[in-house]
Write a protein that binds this ligand. Structure first.
Ligand SMILES: [Zn+2]
Length: 277
């Protein structure tokens, strides 16, 4: 579930509650979500103090003395802070107790993974080191993005979702970004102009940052997905032109777009970012 704006909110929330606390209990309901690069299991964390929580790529990392617990929630993983005896466990994967509060990792699809590794041993986590450029970092410049785009032979929405290139967009924000930039999701990267690339870059920065502010402003519990403010994803009508939104399958993923604001060809292309509408 969590995309970058959600992860940032979860992170700030957990940072306010957990660091400095000691692990007092651990429970594992779904061993399949856990991976150990150390000899032992989750009980290794008992008695250790949580030093900090931070984001590394699309992982949340819980740093303890000598050990890091790095969690990649993938599509369906959620975090929840509960009272230790709270019976509403949902699709619990595992839980760590910190005195009077329990951190629960829930995962309907059991696709997410939590890795317990020696501190900073990132090589123990498959795929983490090949992560793409962090779209919230200063290195994510227009030049860097356009140069990445120019080397791609795939469709633009596939490129946006490629975590080896960009770190990272998911299905919801990929649709929002393409709508913001006025680009059809099936457009091939090589047919985009330099100007399109710049507009797409700026759309990523704008959409993700604005979403992060909005998700934080709502102050919902961290396992709630706040998506009602999105403009096209799972919506009916284009908020710019009033056209009925359409969906298209792009490499097995459903994509939402406006056929008028995001035309399939350059003919009839209207750059709504310049019309003041
Ligand atoms: Zn439209």
């Amino acid at each position: 579930m969590p995309e970058l704006p959600d992860l940032l909110y979860i992170l700030s929330h957990l940072r306010g509650r957990l660091p400095g606390r000691q692990v007092t209990s651990e429970r594992v309901r779904e061993p399949v979500v856990l991976r150990f690069a150390v000899r032992g299991n989750l009980s290794l964390l008992l008695g250790r103090t949580l030093a900090e929580v931070f984001r590394k790529s699309h992982f949340l990392v819980f740093r303890f003395e000598g050990l890091d617990l790095a969690i990649n929630p993938m599509l369906a993983g959620r975090f929840r802070l509960s009272a230790p005896g709270d019976p509403d466990e949902g699709s619990l994967g595992f839980a760590l107790g910190f005195g009077d509060v329990e951190l629960r990792y829930l995962d309907d699809k059991k696709m997410g993974k939590a890795y317990l590794i020696p501190r900073d041993d990132w090589n123990a986590i498959p795929g983490l080191q090949t992560g793409g450029i962090d779209i919230l970092s200063p290195e994510f410049s227009r030049e860097r993005f356009v140069s990445l785009l120019k080397h791609r032979r795939d469709q633009v929405r596939v490129f946006l979702l490629d975590k080896k290139a960009l770190d990272s967009l998911g299905n919801a924000y990929a649709d929002e970004v393409l709508f913001e930039a006025g680009i059809h999701p099936k457009t091939f990267c090589r047919s985009l102009s330099h100007e399109d690339g710049v507009r797409l870059h700026d759309a990523i920065v704008k959409v993700v940052n604005e979403a992060a502010v909005e998700v934080a402003r709502r102050q919902q519990p961290i396992d709630v997905k706040v998506r009602d403010f999105l403009k096209v994803r799972r919506k009916q009508i284009c908020p710019r032109c009033g056209s009925k939104l359409r969906t298209a399958g792009v490499k097995g993923m459903d994509s939402w777009f406006c056929p008028r604001c995001q035309p399939a060809t350059r003919q009839g292309f209207v750059d709504w970012t310049r019309t003041g509408r």
